[in-house]
Design a protein around this ligand. Structure first.
Ligand code: AMP
Length: 544
């Protein structure tokens, strides 16, 4: 862990992508098999493998309590330092300087500490272990030990770069490694196979679910400057489900990769009749008279363990398929969406309810997109999902090849309090914004958004924000709260990360409100009201 921390520092201090990748590759190639897996997991901000059910369940409050106890600093100083530094891992490293036994920590030991943390029940027990760790290991190591707990190293090493480094370290092509990592859902497993020349043997396994491709939220058609490059489907309000079918057997897996077959015996029976083997992606919806019913109609089903097949069901279900990932042993994920779609239509041709294919539409301009959105809503669906022409199936990614556009839960006017540089072509611009609402005569942060503005607006904002800067905390520029944005979001959740106690889910920028002043922004009270209202509205299953 000590070497990993030193490597992370070096990676963070370099700005060149190639240099970062080369540093990580040379570090990884010197590691033994077991450490290779651990290092890959830790560098991607995960204490355990993606399929490991263990959870640390350690929040910011526990980290703060533990560092207060270990460092001897008073609670106020600790809270202030964390806020000023902007990253709790970094703050803990600084607060523990000169106060630890500076013992070495290996990757294997770090892993057993994470296991022990996950095993311990209750905050007090976890904090006790954290306190002991904080007193024992080197401050720099602690910084990254904690960053793995909070889930993000923040060293500008994105997943794609990490995979490139792993590929270089194992002597294989990045694309081959990425594809294998998507098939197994675990980059460490793919890395080991690559190192031992077994990459080709990794194939999609039937009845073992793959990660789902995810959609990036957008708030309006304005965010799609090139509608002709997208295929348009309705966004169904159902349960995302992957269907595995082979030799008369069928299984349905939900978002949490849980097997939900028993809740849908009617769908399983229809899927079992499909010829050959296949893995489909799609949505389970409640279906009546040719249209989808709201999701709540399906909830009773999920609540029950087993649903009797021949009883008249309150809400008949349908499976609306929209992708095909495997067909008779052939993997299709790397093929363009149009080809996967054609195979899907062939597979389901001649089938009727409850197996359907999501109709696909096209738009030539933004007005037409707006019309398609309205039509989808009129059919009782949530909005639209846009899929980029020519795109492959990116398992487990929210990479922007799918966009989801639904009616936001609400929008809020907020003020920017901090900004960060973006990635890729936005690396020199301030394009990630932390934003706040009013609380008395102060502003308290409720989220961070980085999409929704045009490049021109981002350039202009970058200049304005630089002029408003008051301080810098690592990569974050703190700014005087002056710029007002309208943001849309999908929900409000309680959060220990922000002092406000709340965080918006999937916030995206609707527009820059040049007409509004900071004193006009929404209040924390309004955020609380939205949160409370969402508690009493029909609940949504977390597995969706
Ligand atoms: P959200 O529920 O807001 O996270 O939106 C993403 C989800 O949209 C996916 O995980 C799917 O469950 C759902 N969805 C509904 N219709 C489609 C569709 N046509 N294509 C892809 N995803 C869809």
């Amino acid at each position: 862990m000590d070497e990993l921390a030193e490597l992370a520092e070096r990676v963070a201090s370099r700005s060149g992508r190639r240099e970062k990748v080369a540093l990580v590759a040379s570090y990884l190639s010197a590691l033994g098999d077991e450490d290779l897996g651990r290092a890959i997991r830790f560098l991607s901000g995960r204490p355990f493998g993606p399929r490991d059910p263990r959870r640390l369940a350690v929040g910011h409050v526990s980290l703060r309590e533990a560092v207060t106890a270990a460092s001897g600093w008073d609670a106020e100083t600790v809270t202030l330092s964390i806020r000023e530094v902007g990253d709790i891992g970094e703050a803990i490293g600084l607060l523990m300087r000169g106060k630890t036994a500076e013992r070495p920590l290996s990757l294997a030991e770090a892993e057993s500490l994470y296991r022990e943390l996950a095993r311990r029940r209750g905050a007090v027990e976890k904090e006790e272990l954290l306190r002991e760790c904080f007193l024992r290991y080197r401050p720099l190591t602690l910084k990254y030990f904690v960053k793995v707990i909070t889930g993000d190293l923040r060293i500008g090493l994105h997943e794609k770069m990490l995979l490139e480094a792993v590929a270089a370290a194992c002597g294989v092509k990045p694309d081959a490694l990425r594809a294998a990592a998507e098939r197994t859902g675990d980059p460490a497993e793919a890395a080991l196979a690559a190192r031992h020349g077994r990459l080709e043997q990794i194939s999609t396994r039937l009845f073992r679910p793959l990660d789902f491709m995810l959609a990036r939220p957008i708030a309006s058609a304005r965010e799609v400057p090139d509608p002709e490059n997208w295929l348009v489907e309705d966004k169904y309000d159902g349960i995302r489900a992957q269907a595995h079918v082979a030799a008369g057997r069928a299984a349905l897996f939900s978002r949490g990769l849980a097997d939900v077959t028993q809740a849908f015996p009617d769908l399983a029976a229809a899927l079992e009749r499909l010829p050959g083997s296949a893995v489909l992606d799609g949505e389970v919806v409640a279906w009546r008279e040719g249209r989808a019913l709201p999701f709540t109609a399906l909830q009773q089903r999920l609540a029950r363990k087993a649903v009797p097949l021949f009883l008249p069901l309150e809400a008949p279900a349908a499976y609306v398929a929209y992708d095909l990932l495997l067909r008779d042993g052939r993997e299709l994920m790397e093929l363009p969406i149009e080809e996967r779609r054609a195979e899907l239509e062939r597979l389901l041709a001649g089938h009727d309810e409850p197996l359907l294919v999501a109709p696909q539409r096209q738009a030539t301009d933004q007005d037409e997109l707006v019309r398609l959105f309205a039509e989808a809503r009129a059919r009782g669906n949530e909005g639209l999902v846009l899929k980029r022409r020519g795109s492959r199936y990116e398992a487990g990614r929210r990479g922007g090849a799918w966009l989801k556009w639904k009616q936001p839960l609400a929008t809020l006017d907020v003020v920017i309090t901090a900004a960060e540089q973006g990635h890729g072509k936005r690396a020199t611009l301030l394009s990630d914004y932390t934003f706040a609402v009013r609380s008395g005569d102060r502003f308290v942060n409720v989220g961070k958004a980085y999409s929704g503005l045009t490049d021109q607006e981002i350039r202009e904002l970058t200049e304005r924000l630089r002029a408003l800067a008051t301080a810098r905390a690592g990569p974050i520029l703190l700014v005087r709260p002056e710029i007002v944005l309208e943001v849309a979001f999908d929900g409000v959740q309680k959060s220990q990360r922000h002092e406000s106690g709340y965080a918006l889910r999937f916030p995206r920028i609707v527009r820059w409100r040049r007409d509004k002043r900071p004193e006009d922004v929404d209040s924390l009270e309004r955020v609380r009201q939205i949160w409370e209202a969402s508690l009493s509205s029909p609940g949504r299953s977390p597995s969706r």
